[in-house]
Design a protein around this ligand. Structure first.
Ligand code: EPZ
Length: 416
C-alpha cells in the first residue's frame, strides 16, 4: 500500500490541467464490447480503475492497445463471454457495467457482486430490475450473479432513484434489444450524456440523455467509432477547492464550467476569489472564508463526490458550516481523520457540522475511500507540518498524476 507524504503550508501557484472523467471512462471501456467492430477512446485517464477494467476486458479476450496519444483502441471481435471472477469484480464498483454490456451483446453475463469504495450499502437492485424488465432472468447464488435472456425486448422502466449506474447499465442492455426502451426518472449526470453520445457514435438510437426521460430504440449492429472522454468534473472541483484552500493563484484548465455550477456557487458563497471562464477557472488567494451549507444531490445539485473534499476547506471558514449527505449513508469517515488534525467536527446521522477557523496539524491519517482521501490531501496541503496519508492507493484510483500535478504548482508531496 502506498502512502502520500505532504509537508503542508506551501502557497500553490501555477496551472493544472484536468484529465478525462473517471466515471465516464469506467462506463465507456466496458461498453466497447457492445461494438461489433472496434472503438478508439481519447482522453482516457491513466488511473488504476481504468487498469482494472482493461484487465477484465483482456480476461474476456478483447484486444486493447494504447497509442502514443494516450488513446485506447479496443477491438472486441475476439471476445469470449467468460465468467468474471470475484477478484476482478471486487477491484472496483464499475465492474458492474460488464453486466449490462455482456447482457446487451451476448444475452448472458456471469459475475460476482462488484466492489468499490465503502461509502454505503451500495445495492444494485435497480440495475437488476431494469434487466428483468427487458426480459432477463437473474439467478443469485451468494455473491454470484447469472443474468441471461433468450431475447431482450424494449420496455418502459421507472427508476425509484435516479441512479447513475442503473441508468447506464440499462442503456447498455437496451441498446441492441428489439423495440423501444424508455427510462423514466433517469440520472442526468454529464457522464450519462457522454455514454449516450458514444453509443450513438456507434450507431445506437438514444435520445433524451441529460433529461429524466431517455428513449432507446434498439439497433442490431454497432459500428466503429472515435470518442472522447469528457473532462473530470470531480477532479476539476478537487483542484478548485485546493486552490481555494492554499493558492496564491491557481488556474485549472480544461473544465466544463456548466458541470461545476453548484460547486462554483458554494465557493463564491464562501468568499473564494474564483473567476470562471469558458474552459478554465482561476482562484486567487481569498480573504476570510465564510461558512456555508451543502446538501448533496443528484446532478445538477452539489455532487456527493465533492462533499468530502469541501469539508476540509470548511475547517478554514470563520463559523459553522453544515453538510447534509443524502446519497451515501457512510460518507463522513474522512471527518474522523480531520479531527485527528485538529478540526472541530460533529456528526449527527446524515448531517455533519464543521466549525472553523481551525489550525490543522499534520499527523498520520488514513484514506478510507477515494474522495475521503482527496479531502485529506486538501487538509494535508493546509496543515502545519507533515501529514502521512495511509492507504493512498484509493486516491490513485481516481486522480491521474495527482502527485505530479500538485508538485507542478509548488506542493511538497511525495508518494511512497
Ligand atoms: C456513481 O455511483 C459514481 N460512481 C459515484 O462516484 C457517485 O458518488 C454516484 O454515482 C452518485 O453521483 C461511478 O460512476 C462509478 P448511484 P453509482 O447508482 O452509479 C442508491 C466516486 O467517488 N441505489 O447513482 O453506484 C445508492 O445506494 C464514486 O467516484 C440503489 O438504491 O451511484 C445511492 O444511495 C463513489 N439501488 C444512490 O442510489 C441501486 O440499484 C445513488 O447511487 C443503485 C443505487
Amino acid at each position: 500500500m502506498h502512502k502520500l507524504i505532504i509537508n503542508g503550508g506551501k502557497k500553490l501557484e501555477g496551472e493544472i490541467t484536468v484529465s478525462g472523467a473517471k466515471n465516464s471512462a469506467v462506463a465507456l471501456i466496458p461498453a466497447a464490447l457492445l461494438c461489433d467492430e472496434s472503438v478508439t477512446l481519447a482522453n482516457v485517464p491513466n488511473i488504476s480503475d481504468v487498469d482494472a477494467l482493461e484487465d477484465i476486458l483482456r480476461h474476456l479476450n478483447a484486444k486493447i492497445e494504447r497509442n502514443d496519444n494516450g488513446e485506447l483502441h479496443i477491438s472486441s471481435d475476439t471476445i469470449v463471454n467468460k465468467k468474471i471472477d470475484k477478484k476482478s469484480a471486487k477491484r472496483l464498483r464499475a465492474s458492474y457495467y460488464f453486466m449490462g454490456a455482456l447482457l446487451g451483446k451476448y444475452k448472458k453475463c456471469e459475475m460476482c457482486f462488484p466492489g468499490g469504495c465503502s461509502i454505503g450499502t451500495r445495492p444494485i437492485d435497480l440495475h437488476l430490475k431494469g434487466f428483468e424488465s427487458l426480459g432477463a432472468t437473474i439467478t443469485e447464488d451468494g455473491e454470484n450473479f447469472k443474468i441471461e435472456a433468450d431475447e431482450l425486448k424494449g420496455a418502459k422502466i421507472y427508476l425509484d432513484f435516479a441512479s447513475v449506474g442503473a441508468t447506464i447499465n440499462i442503456m447498455f442492455a437496451a441498446v441492441k434489444a428489439t423495440g423501444t426502451t424508455i427510462i423514466n426518472n433517469a440520472a442526468k449526470e454529464p457522464e450519462i450524456v457522454n455514454v449516450a453520445t458514444y453509443l450513438n457514435n456507434m450507431g445506437a438510437k438514444i435520445s433524451g440523455a441529460g433529461t429524466k426521460k431517455i428513449k432507446i430504440e434498439g439497433v442490431p449492429y454497432l459500428h466503429s467509432c472515435f470518442h472522447e472522454v469528457i473532462p473530470d468534473r470531480i477532479e476539476a472541483g478537487t483542484y478548485e477547492i485546493i486552490g481555494a484552500a492554499c493558492s496564491d493563484r491557481l488556474k485549472i484548465n480544461g473544465i466544463i464550467p456548466e458541470h461545476l455550477e453548484a460547486l462554483h456557487n458554494k465557493l463564491k458563497e464562501m468568499n473564494v476569489n474564483i473567476t470562471v471562464e469558458d474552459d478554465n477557472a482561476v482562484i486567487v488567494e481569498s480573504g476570510d472564508l465564510k461558512p456555508t451549507n451543502v446538501t448533496t444531490e443528484v446532478y445538477p445539485g452539489f455532487a456527493t463526490d465533492l462533499q468530502q473534499v469541501i469539508a476540509s476547506l470548511m475547517t478554514q471558514a470563520n463559523g459553522e458550516s453544515e453538510i447534509h449527505e443524502t446519497i451515501w449513508e457512510n460518507r463522513f469517515q474522512n471527518l474522523y481523520e480531520l479531527k485527528k488534525m485538529g478540526a472541530k467536527v460533529k456528526i449527527d446521522g446524515e448531517r455533519a457540522y464543521i466549525k472553523g477557523k481551525t489550525k490543522l496539524t499534520g499527523t498520520e491519517i488514513y484514506a478510507t475511500d477515494l474522495r475521503a482521501g482527496a479531502g485529506l490531501v486538501v487538509a494535508g496541503l493546509l496543515a502545519e507540518g507533515t501529514t502521512v496519508i495511509d492507504n493512498a492507493d484509493l486516491i490513485l484510483r481516481g486522480y491521474e498524476g495527482i502527485v505530479e500535478k500538485l508538485r507542478g504548482v509548488g506542493a511538497d508531496i511525495t508518494l511512497e
